[in-house]
Design a protein around this ligand. Structure first.
Ligand code: IMP
Length: 430
């Protein structure tokens, strides 16, 4: 079937945006199925860098139809800003090509304020959320009290629902010691958002199903990553949505059907923002070298929050776990160029726990914090690989490292990126 899925194989920020950009050149429909504006997908084309949070990166190709699926939680203010940003960059954003699911949930200033107040109350146990209201929005959804996109279609009913929603949120905010919000101001803003977004709100599930039946290709663009998935991730240090491949079907409201490629995006080293276990984490000079200074858009600082990311060696045990949890049948390895010049590279191939060695995480990934990584060391390479476009032109040491990642991960590396530009991607032929 003409479906491809792109999934983050780590803790998000793997560079999914650029692989989506590459694949959507030959795709009719591009869709986001989970999360909200906690995501930050960066795509660099020539001198232009696009930072997308809600709209699928594939919209940058003007032949695509872009969908925001049922499984998303959408802050209308951020969405309108992003639509404007794209228009200013010359991308056509109209209701002929951008479609928002009527069943996607809304993020309000109330839910954002709750996110901040709940985090503050957690003190040392903080998740380190992006502060975008994601957790409270999925909580409201699961407790059947959320507001949905379709609520924007009836102005009067929307005002009533918003008033009731803000009154409820204010009770909780006050209990957490946070200031209450002004329902009137929020309702006025939403009145404007509703007027602007109404033409885009539609039955995306039916449109995507019709497209698939007509053999149009669909690219489902995952946000965050496998290790942040609400079920398979490092709970409770996770996001609140399904980030794994299985979430595509419920998150787009389409039936189960065969998928052609389930592509896991893996960075050549491991990064994470926010709290939670990280067995291969590095500190000091080496960490600074992998993270970058923050001067370049591709340095390891959050696209959404600007926070410096925690960095470490690539964790092959967690990669194999992600391959299994998603059914990944191909990998794209990003940022290989960042490793150039390091004398030695390490790859975590197993964990040690209670005197035993484990090739897969013991007890799911619940005991990750106690696991000590077992490393295999590799010789590095000096050569700058940024201008290489053929796999066999990569230094031998780089090919050895990639081959071992394939063996440990259990899936072929089909693409390797060696720089931020659109053309800096090598097809390996694997
Ligand atoms: P939330 O999704 O804002 O609730 O944040 C929960 C956890 O997921 C925190 O550790 C965030 O830093 C992390 N997170 C959420 N979205 C992203 C992302 O797009 N990239 C990387 N980490 C993310």
């Amino acid at each position: 079937m003409p479906i491809d899925i792109v999934i983050g194989a780590q803790w998000g920020d793997e560079g999914k945006g650029r692989i989506v950009d590459l694949l959507s050149a030959a795709t009719a429909m591009v869709a986001r199925f989970n999360g909200g504006d906690n995501a930050g997908h960066t795509v660099t084309i020539g001198k232009d860098t696009y930072k997308l949070h809600l709209i699928p990166s594939g919209i940058i190709h003007d032949h695509t139809q872009a969908f925001l699926g049922t499984g998303m939680v959408i802050n209308p203010e951020s969405l309108l800003k992003e639509m404007d940003m794209l228009r200013r960059a010359g991308v056509i954003v109209d209701s002929g090509r951008l479609h928002i699911s009527h069943a996607a949930h809304l993020i309000t200033p109330g839910l954002k304020a709750l996110d901040a107040a709940q985090e503050a109350a957690l003190k040392e146990g903080r998740i380190g959320t992006t502060g975008r209201g994601i957790g409270p929005a999925y909580t409201a959804k699961a407790s059947r009290s959320g507001l949905r996109m379709e609520d924007m279609l009836d102005k009067q009913a929307l005002q009533h629902k918003l008033n009731a929603h803000i009154a409820q949120v204010n009770e909780r905010l006050t209990a957490l010691g946070a200031p209450a919000l002004d329902a009137g101001a929020i309702a006025a803003d939403f009145d404007r958002y509703a007027a602007e977004l109404t033409p885009y709100i539609t039955d995306t599930a039916a449109m995507i199903s019709d497209g698939l039946e007509a053999r149009q290709r669909l690219l489902a663009e995952g946000a965050q990553g496998t290790l942040l998935d609400i079920d398979c991730g490092t709970y409770p240090f996770v996001t609140s949505s399904t980030c794994t491949a299985a979430g595509v079907f419920s998150g787009l409201g389409i039936g189960l059907q065969p998928v052609e490629q389930v592509i896991g995006i893996v960075k050549a080293f491991q990064t994470r923002v926010g709290g939670g276990p990280f067995p291969t984490e590095l500190s000091g000079e080496l960490a600074g070298r992998l993270r970058g200074t923050g001067e370049n858009p591709w340095d390891e600082f959050g696209t959404t929050t600007g926070r410096p990311r925690r960095v470490g060696w690539l964790d092959g045990v967690l990669l194999r776990y992600a391959v299994r949890a998603n059914g990944l049948n191909a990998l794209a390895l990003t940022k290989l160029d960042i490793l150039s010049g390091l004398p030695t590279l390490r790859l975590c191939i197993a964990y040690r726990l209670d005197g035993q060695v484990y090739a897969r995480p013991p007890f799911g990934i619940s005991r990750l914090a106690e696991c000590e990584p077992v490393y295999e060391d590799f010789a590095g390479w000096e050569m700058d690989v940024q201008n290489i476009r053929r796999f066999d032109a990569l230094p031998g040491a780089a090919r050895t490292y990639l081959q071992r990642i394939e063996e440990i991960g259990g899936a072929p590396i089909r693409w390797v990126s060696v720089g931020p530009e659109r053309e800096q991607v090598i097809e390996t032929g694997h």
